[in-house]
Design a binder for this molecule. Structure first.
Ligand SMILES: [Zn+2]
Length: 125
């Protein structure tokens, strides 16, 4: 069972470039658009960002779009490191494979869907 690491590496690099581009746009816009509009645009382009956007709404906290994107960039960097050291695609909680389908949707996922939903339940209460 060897995963196509090259495929996921390219996916991560493409995602990284896309987010860096968006971050640059955000700076240039200097929030001429409202955060809500930006979240709306991001939500339509990426499932995982939509997930983040819903978290922002749920908790009505002060996370800015910029912080969310920087957070994802950090996760992408870590995922690229995991590819290098051979731990990519393994759930950090249960140590089982995360699953290629999930990684295709969220290439920087660190948890399998099961562990993630358990964790979210404990955070959201
Ligand atoms: Zn797991």
């Amino acid at each position: 069972m060897s995963m196509d690491l090259e495929y996921f590496k390219n996916l991560l690099l493409a995602k990284k470039q896309e987010i860096e581009h968006t971050l640059k746009n955000i700076k240039e816009l200097s929030f001429g658009k409202s955060e809500i509009e930006l979240i709306g645009e991001l939500s339509s382009s990426d499932d995982h960002l939509a997930e983040y956007a819903s978290i922002v709404y749920d908790h009505e906290n002060m996370l800015t779009v910029e912080n969310i994107l920087k957070d994802i960039l950090g996760q992408i960097e870590l995922a690229l490191k995991r590819i290098e050291d051979g731990t990519y695609g393994v759930c950090e909680i249960c140590k089982k494979p995360i699953g290629e389908e999930r990684l295709k949707a969220i290439p920087y996922a660190t948890m399998c869907i099961r562990c993630k939903s358990i964790k979210e339940k404990s955070v959201r209460k």
